[in-house]
Design a protein around this ligand. Sequence first.
Ligand code: ATP
Ligand code: MG
Length: 565
Amino acid sequence: MRVSNFFLNTGREAPSEAEVLSHILMVRAFMIRKLATGIFTYLPMGYRVIRKIEQIVRECMNEEGAIELLMPAVQPSEIWEESGRWNKFGKELLRFKDRHGRDYCMGPTHEEVITEIARSFIKSYKQMPVNLYHIQGKFRDEVRPRFGVMRAREFIMKDAYSFDVDEKAAAVSYEKMRRAYCKIFERCGLKYKMIDADSGPIGGDLSNEFMVLAQTGEDAVISCDSCNYAANLEKAAALPIEPEGVIPPSAKAAEVITPNMHTVKDVADFLKVPVQAVVKTLILKIEDNLVAVLVRGEHEVNLTKVKNFLRAPFAELAEAEDIKAVSGAVGFSGPIGLKIPIYVDYSVEKLPAMVVGGNKKDLHITGARLNIDFKADGTGDFRAAMPGDKCPKCGGRYTITRGIEVGHIFYLGTKYSKSMKAYFTDADGLKKPIDMGCYGIGVSRIAAAAIEQNHDDAGIIWPAPIAPFEAVVFALNANSQEISRAAEKIYSELIAKGVEAIIDDRDERAGVKLSDADLIGYPVRITVGEKSYKNGCAEIKLRRDSGILTVKLAEVAGKVKELLG
Ligand code: ATP
Ligand code: MG
């Protein structure tokens, strides 16, 4: 490819809304162009990266026996009504009507479509296992689209769905996908971690996420410092912690006025008790009901855990109005006298006595005891894990890092096959629901995540397997025909050797070409300058290293091939 024939328009300007470097660099390197919030065009340079990632994904999926098809982006409401998600999915599902007034949505995921296919054609145990996948544009009307293609509204996903006769067979399919995913991220040249994950609104028991570790990641990843346990913060088990300083259990519950105390620390200091003994009562809205959840002062509630404990689709903090209606005052809720279900975190259970809100402005109750002054409707792990917490597997300590979720695999069981009636006849002649799994990869998100992990002040440093071109060649002095010819010759030799090369043959200053090469991030740069040419050589530089190799003109292509491995 020649830059003069390509469509490239690099820039210096960062988009004003850009919060992360990958977004800025993808725009500046002319890889993406925003059309509307969260909706992008992949420009030629960016689309080459997408195609490379897609190809790696495809090869690894095919190796594990998965079969490619292509499902539509627009889906009718009927199948979503059948699965029960038409009303449950929330506003991320973009719903609209056609000219006949029928309801449709833009597919955010394809469980319904694939289950409709499975129930129509998989009738016998002999037709399984089967795993079907596609690489296709998804649409989710995200609350907060940001970070360019990392959290877009329209994005490219690979999603696969496995169909098996029972749970045991489904576990084999799941394992194959786990293996395929590890290979995909390794082949893309990413540093990643596979972690335990919450299975979210899709449901199911077994779920793993694949995280690209990066400071700017939206997810918090908990890892044990001594074993291989790693989990999303949403999921990581938080064991009960013995309190260090406690209020003596003999103390009786008593009202205390705490004027203008707004934080747990204010209250703890004022009452001269440890922060651990000041218990927070959070009022949550679960579907149409309110519940209270109690966590210790140093802990934060984990809404996902509460939601899962109560087997609810969503859990959110209640609005001020609702809080006031049930507890009398906002910011001073406490369990005593509360007329809604009360759920108590394990670490709260360890407190012999505690300070709780008094359900009235500036009022707290000290010396309150569980089972005496108030009762729990359930106890459980309702708090977010923290660095330093004990690992449930080995007793080691938790550390916390940040990650970008690039892949997610779920075991679904019979959730969709039952609701959408996808039954088959087993070897024993009985009708059974098909056992399913689903497996997603954010193809377009991988491109952004790779940049978050691989860049410097000058631009992108692509891992070679997903770089738009493996090598760029140019003459530093474009006025010298001889030198230009030498660059052209190297370019032809690279192409002949199967290197994906591009020649920057534009009528531009060397400085422009050098900075574009760094910005776009080609893994190998070959330049022919006056000085090196005089010695019959060209210069090879790897984007990742600062060193420069001076190599005989005739040997350049071979050397580049060798460097790319
Ligand atoms: P997130 O928690 O980041 O919203 P998710 O759990 O909703 O992700 P899945 O439904 O598991 O995502 O989708 C599979 C994959 O699709 C994710 O692992 C991620 O890589 C990608 N993905 C999801 N939402 C987006 C988005 N808005 N923009 C780009 N990629 C996305
Ligand atoms: Mg999401």
